[in-house]
Design a protein around this ligand. Structure first.
Ligand SMILES: [Ca+2]
Ligand SMILES: [Ca+2]
Ligand SMILES: [Ca+2]
Ligand SMILES: [Ca+2]
Length: 403
């Protein structure tokens, strides 16, 4: 726990002020902008005076996808040879339901009926006691549900003669195999974490009737935006329990939301997809989706295109194709590429941590995945083999969340 706390504090220092480059900072939630900049209310970021707006193409970047004025030549052409078509622009939170959005309530908050990825959701309040999955308050929540609660009391342990912060448990019982993202937030106005403490989650599969212990599947902590956690996993159609706690078990979190979202299956990868020109586009909008893929050889590289509107970020996470495969067994690498194919960020699996890139929220782990260029932009996510030699083929799933 000690090391965890140090890491958390270090991250806070590194990300302090939420600065991402000269004169640009996130100003959502009324945050102050540095001198010489002002807050763009729609994007939620500080902009230097004189910078073109989101709808202005005068910056020389890619043109918006909107209808072109005048010419009426074939769509998707005339952008320069070798360029991909301009990205479709789906902006969740602009009060305009478009594309594959199920809803759009004009904000970036889950748990109010329409999530920050424009999925219909509902809120369930936690019921104490729920410290353990067997406690009477540990309720079953549906998929596309937000559990609202708080880590509000310390519990004294007689044996250790020490107090620990309480835990909160709930159940998920899918009726068919799904891919689920379980993510915590502790800010009240957007899906973000700005509290002083992190959250930890652990996932168990219930033992079959007749006895035995529940099976620990995986944990997650310190891998979301700010100090929050994200646990993304395939999930079989059986009861699973989730227990969330404050990361160090020494502090309280007055209020939090834990979002449980089923990701849309956008189908398997389509080979060949080893370069930007052949990047798969079926998860382009990134509205809580996943695709399946296979690394068939050590040379196989699978590339997926994701549209990231101005002021928004993408989270991509590479997960095993079964819930019982631990993240650290996933010998693969997840890479974020820009429109020139330049690597901007990359991760491999670590203990209890699947490879991910996260540009969401005010203090993203990967600012490279947050689009502050004020022009519609497509990023690319590549899946390739890990550092160790490859043995056999490797099935995987890659989840995308644009927020
Ligand atoms: Ca929208
Ligand atoms: Ca909402
Ligand atoms: Ca509790
Ligand atoms: Ca492949």
């Amino acid at each position: 726990m000690e090391a965890r706390l140090i890491l958390i504090l270090l991250a806070a220092v590194l990300l302090g002020g939420c600065q991402f480059g000269v004169g640009i900072a996130v100003c959502r939630n009324g945050g102050a902008c540095p001198q010489g900049t002002s807050c763009d209310e729609e994007l939620g970021v500080c902009r230097e005076f004189g910078l073109p707006s989101a709808d202005d193409d005068a910056d020389g970047g890619p043109k918006d996808a909107g209808p072109s004025e005048g010419e009426g030549e074939g769509e998707g052409e005339g952008e320069g040879e070798g360029q991909l078509p301009a990205p479709a622009v789906t902006v969740c939170g602009d009060n305009n339901r478009q594309g594959r959005e199920e809803c759009d309530d004009g904000n970036r908050l889950s748990g109010d009926g329409c999530s920050s990825t424009c999925r219909v959701d509902r809120t369930v309040a936690e019921v104490e006691p729920n410290d353990l999955p067997t406690d009477t308050g540990a309720q079953t929540v549906g998929v596309s549900t937000v559990l609202s609660g708080g880590i509000t009391t310390m519990v004294y342990d007689d044996v250790a003669q020490q107090s620990y912060s309480e835990m909160d448990s709930f159940w998920i019982t899918p009726t068919a195999p799904v891919v689920v993202r379980i993510e915590s937030f502790d800010r009240a106005d957007v899906d973000d974490c700005s509290g002083t403490q992190g959250m930890y989650a652990s996932l168990f599969r219930q033992a079959p009737a007749g006895g035995g212990d529940d099976t620990f599947l995986r944990g997650a902590w310190d891998n979301g935006n700010g100090k929050c956690m994200v646990l993304t996993t395939a999930m079989s159609a059986q009861p699973h329990s989730v227990t969330v706690s404050e990361g160090s078990w020494t502090a309280l979190i007055p209020t939090y939301r834990v979002q449980v979202t089923t990701l849309d299956d956008r189908g398997p990868e389509v080979e060949p997809n080893g370069d930007l020109a052949h990047a798969n586009g079926h998860a382009r909008d990134g509205l809580d989706v996943f695709t399946s893929g296979l690394l068939s050889s050590a040379d196989d590289i699978d590339i997926f295109a994701v549209d990231v509107p101005p002021g928004r970020g993408v989270r991509a996470e590479l997960i095993p194709d079964t819930e019982s495969t631990p993240c650290e067994a996933l010998n693969a690498r997840l890479t974020l590429l820009d429109g020139d194919g330049i690597e901007r960020a990359a991760r491999v699996a670590e203990f209890d941590l699947c490879p991910y890139i996260d540009g969401t929220g005010d203090a993203p782990r990967n600012p490279e995945a947050l689009n502050l260029t004020f022009a519609a932009r497509t990023l690319y996510v590549a899946v390739s083999k890990g550092d160790a030699a490859m043995v056999g083929s490797l099935p995987y799933r890659v989840a995308f969340t644009v927020r």
